[in-house]
Design a binder for this molecule. Structure first.
Ligand SMILES: [Zn+2]
Ligand SMILES: [Zn+2]
Ligand SMILES: [Zn+2]
Length: 227
């Protein structure tokens, strides 16, 4: 079998994964792939993992600030937070109205770790003439089939579980009176979490302990942030 050492010169980081794979960090993926094709001759299944960055949500932006200028305002008016001068560090992911306030907007912005930490600890910024509030914008997928986190229903092999009541039916067919979150129920039964409430729908992020636990895990494991 081909030896992975033969491509080691282009690798900057190595991490063992649970499924027996390894995660390699490298500067130049094209070069690595060429080298790997040549030296490893298909002995490994090589897949590219996108580099994840944290996101922040900023709310309270005036409707007078346009989608195309919001990042400009953000960076120029708040240099003490968004000081990274590498190009394209900040990326606008979403621009949408604040619920119940048609004249106010919110944005989701992808940032680097240093800016994320500063932004969250300060908690607000100036955009145009308004003081806007900054929140954590890190999010996770909830599967529409089983309600599990971090995968989508297209890759889900589980049975359908209702997000309202945790029954074995789709939400359209749900007639339950009592809400129950399957993720919190599972967490409860996994031990040491007896005090968790599961009397909410799986989409109810404000009350879902397993959702906040999953977000905190991503903050810690992926971004190295304390939660
Ligand atoms: Zn699923
Ligand atoms: Zn149901
Ligand atoms: Zn829950």
């Amino acid at each position: 079998m081909a030896n992975i050492d033969s491509v080691a010169s282009s690798v900057s980081k190595v991490k063992n994964l649970k499924d027996g794979g390894i995660l390699l960090g490298c500067q130049d993926i094209t070069r690595f792939k060429r080298l790997a094709d040549d030296k490893l001759a298909g002995a490994y299944d090589i897949r590219e993992v996108s580099t994840l960055k944290p996101r922040i949500r900023i709310a309270g932006i005036s409707k007078d600030v346009s989608e195309s200028s919001v990042l400009d305002f953000l960076v120029k008016q708040n240099e003490f937070i968004f000081s990274n001068d590498e190009e394209n560090v900040y990326k606008l992911i979403k621009f949408l109205p604040v619920k119940n306030k048609s004249d106010r907007f919110q944005v989701i912005v992808e940032v680097d770790i240093a800016s994320y930490k500063k932004a969250i600890s300060i908690g607000h910024c100036l955009i145009g003439l308004d003081r806007c509030y900054i929140f954590c914008g890190i999010d996770i997928f909830r599967c529409f089939t089983c309600n599990g986190f971090n995968h989508s229903s297209s890759s889900c092999k589980s049975n359908v579980i209702c997000p309202r009541c945790a029954g074995n039916h789709s939400v359209k067919e749900c007639q339950a009176e009592k809400l129950r979150c399957i993720n919190c129920t599972n967490m409860k039964s996994s031990g040491n979490h007896d005090q968790i409430n599961d009397d909410h729908a799986a989409w109810d992020r404000d009350n879902c302990h397993s959702y906040s636990a999953a977000i905190n895990k991503i903050k810690r494991d992926v971004f190295g942030l304390s939660s």
